[in-house]
Write a protein that binds this ligand. Structure first.
Ligand SMILES: N[C@@H](CCC(=O)N[C@@H](CS)C(=O)NCC(=O)O)C(=O)O
Length: 289
């Protein structure tokens, strides 16, 4: 530092002016380039259209993220005009998926749905009694706050065949290792990561069994008509049915919970007529494995 101060002191005035001008030019260029880049990347989105920020499409279901499948299914169920942006940009809360609507950003899939319900007067649970709404809420919390974390452990921690993840998320060895490490810590803090794989498998099966018993022969979660909570349940089950990576349990829905497999197919047929254009791999997992 002292050497720098001395060198500056030894300069004549013209050299000092040149240095100052050089510094200003450098700063202005950096700011200009950043502004230009920002201008290019910040798109003008159409008004009254939901901009859905998510990662790229999934190989066998429209996303590897259950929350993106949930939100997009809701947008379809409610017939809300939307546009996907598959840049993987995270929300202000550091997670995916999220939306922008007429310039307003909303993070967290459930809060996005609540925001749109209010803004656009949507109520997909309007036919449910208060007691049914209570059950639907409990089911949603079970699949999103418990079953989801079991599956995170299957996908990122127990899974011996990471090829589907490497391909779908375009991961290098280091990135894969750092995600695994992070999720090990996260699931430890959440609590499920402290159990053995066998214990987690049993807990996971118990959730599936409860869901299967509850849906029974019904077409959708709460009856013959789909409701808002079907979006959350389908989002989570889509990952178990089409993207499950648990050695020996890949076809668990087909093998053990056939009404849940049929439910997934029904939701797909009802809300995703363009399914094949929304997946990257094409065909069924079995056919391409
Ligand atoms: N409650 C959130 C959960 C979203 C969430 O956990 N997303 C995961 C992907 S499946 C994520 O962004 N994880 C990134 C991270 O935790 O750093 C929602 O409903 O949107």
């Amino acid at each position: 530092m002292e050497t720098l101060v001395n060198a500056y002191r030894d300069m004549d005035t013209s050299q000092k002016v040149l240095h100052a001008v050089g510094g200003v030019v450098a700063v202005v260029s950096v700011v200009g380039i950043r502004k230009l880049y920002h201008k290019e990347t910040k798109k003008e989105y159409p008004r009254d259209t939901v901009i859905h920020h998510q990662i790229g499409r999934g190989p066998y279901a429209p996303s590897m993220t259950p929350f993106a499948v949930k939100l997009e299914t809701y947008l379809r169920m409610a017939s809300i005009p939307y546009q996907n942006v598959h840049r993987g940009q995270r929300s202000s809360k550091g997670k995916l998926t999220w939306i922008e609507y007429n310039g307003q950003a909303v993070a967290d899939s459930t809060l996005c749905i609540e925001f749109l319900n209010k803004k656009l007067g949507v109520n997909l649970n309007r036919n449910l009694s208060p007691a049914d709404r209570g059950v639907a809420q409990a089911m949603q919390v079970m699949v999103e706050e418990h079953m989801y974390w079991c599956r995170v452990l299957f996908r990122w921690v127990y899974n011996n065949d990471k090829s589907i993840l490497i391909k779908a998320f375009k991961l290098g060895t280091f990135r894969l290792w750092s995600i695994q490490r992070k999720l090990k810590n996260v699931t430890w803090s959440q609590g499920l990561g402290r159990h053995t794989e066998e214990e987690v498998t049993e807990m996971f099966k118990k959730d599936l069994q409860s869901l299967s018993d509850f849906i029974g022969m019904k077409k959708f979660l709460m009856g013959d008509e789909p409701c808002e909570t079907d979006c959350a349940v389908f989002g989570q089950l889509s990952q178990v049915y089409w993207h499950f990576t648990a050695s020996g349990h890949e076809n668990i829905l087909k093998d053990k919970y056939s009404n849940l497999a049929a439910y997934c197919e029904r939701m797909k047929e009802t809300f995703w007529p363009d399914w094949d254009q929304c997946i990257t791999h094409g065909g069924t997992r079995e056919a391409t494995k």
